[in-house]
Design a protein around this ligand. Structure first.
Ligand SMILES: Nc1ncnc2c1ncn2[C@@H]1O[C@H](COP(=O)(O)OP(=O)(O)O)[C@@H](O)[C@H]1O
Ligand SMILES: [Mg+2]
Length: 364
């Protein structure tokens, strides 16, 4: 399978101090979904901006859909769709008008643009809201509209930058459904996210990014087993039984068993969760140890980060809405675009502005 996205050795500085990309390598095979998973500040948005021609890297090379990103940005722009943190919809236009305008920007002609707008509104369950100004839309509706905007020209390669960050759980599930339908059609997708669960559900492969580098790559299951598979957490009836339980469960453990005497609890890393759970219960019953509580949990993003990088992912629920999406966005016609696009930029601002206008001109 040829690669729809190839990035090699991308480096990007902001000013003298920030090395946002530090030799990033990434490939995404055609027709597959790769999630770029990492905490805030890892370099996800910078990667997407480089790959979508919005930002010129200091070093490295990239091709998308077979087109050299640096050499032929204009040619590339008509072959990709992008949506996310820097994306924009016009607050004062209706959903229909927004999409129609994108069609015209792509020179699709009035009739085809209207048709396509209607098609997409239907597909993204926005038909009922089609004729209402976007400023009355909920966070989830804006994201769906934004995503629809990225699809107007039917691009073979799509970039979604944290499509569900800041959304409430229901809106997130809705958007996941929509994205799943989308990729079932064979679109190549690079998706960035802070959520293990999102990567797990949507992506064929996950690239873990930290401090501007891809530090691990694999399927969700592969990454989880890298950090020790699942964990059995069990509480025994009596402190005296902790040692017995620990000895009995040692053969099942895929790493060190963690004992918390105060809670009469054992945490046992295992590789085949459900089978190990059944075996563990059997072994304890053989030993006459009564179990008060037992459960199986998968490693969290924090477990993965801790193992891979030695530091926590740092992400908390509070940070998740940092970019003001999900209805918190202020005026200015640029929901979800607040900080990043407006930050001072060192590299080639003229080129940036031109590129942003080409892709997001619908907001102006
Ligand atoms: N326009 C900018 N000016 C200065 N620093 C920036 C700018 N954009 C991003 N950064 C910094 O670069 C690093 C990577 O940022 P970013 O790519 O936005 O990460 P992510 O999208 O993973 O949160 C962070 O340290 C961030 O603060
Ligand atoms: Mg980002």
């Amino acid at each position: 399978m040829p690669d729809a996205i190839v990035a090699e050795g991308l480096v990007k500085h902001y000013g003298r101090r920030v090395r946002a990309l530090d030799g990033l390598d990434l490939t995404v095979p055609e027709g597959t979904v790769t999630a770029l998973l990492g905490p805030n500040g890892a370099g996800k948005t910078t990667t997407v901006r480089v790959l979508t021609t919005l930002l010129v890297p200091d070093a490295g090379r990239a091709t998308v859909a077979g087109i050299d990103v640096l050499a032929r940005p204009r040619a590339l722009r008509s072959r990709i769709g992008a949506s996310g943190q820097y994306a924009a919809v016009d607050e004062y236009l209706t959903g229909f008008e927004n999409l129609e305008m994108v069609g015209r920007l792509y020179h699709m002609g009035t009739r085809r643009s209207k048709e396509r707008a209607r098609e997409l509104l239907e597909r993204f369950r926005l038909s009922d809201a089609a004729d209402r100004p976007v400023r009355g839309y909920s966070g989830g509706m804006r994201r769906r509209l934004d995503l629809a905007g990225a699809l107007v020209a039917n691009p073979p390669v799509l970039f979604l930058d944290e499509p569900t960050t800041g959304l409430d759980p229901r809106a997130r599930l809705d958007l996941w459904d929509v994205i799943e339908e989308l990729v079932a059609g064979g679109t190549t997708l690079l998706l960035t996210t802070q959520y293990m669960e999102e990567a797990d559900r949507l992506a064929d492969a996950i690239a873990v990014i930290d401090r501007g580098q891809v530090i691990a790559r694999g399927t969700a299951d592969e990454l989880k087993s890298m950090v020790g598979g699942d964990r059995i957490e069990l509480t025994v009836d009596h402190t005296d039984n902790l040692a017995v339980a620990q000895r009995a469960l040692a053969p099942l453990a895929d790493g060190e068993i963690h004992v918390e005497p105060g809670l009469r609890r054992l945490v046992v890393p295992v590789s085949d969760g459900s089978q190990a759970l059944v075996a563990a219960i059997g072994k304890l019953s053989d030993e006459g140890v009564r179990i008060q509580d037992v459960g199986l949990r998968r490693p969290s993003l924090d477990d993965v980060f801790l193992t891979l990088t030695g530091h926590e992912a740092e992400e908390t629920a509070d940070d998740a809405g940092e970019y003001g999406q999900g209805g918190k966005a202020g005026g200015g016609g640029r929901p979800g675009a607040v900080p990043e696009a407006d930050r001072p930029e060192e590299s080639d601002p003229a080129r940036e502005v031109e590129a942003i206008e080409a892709m997001e001109g619908r907001s102006r």
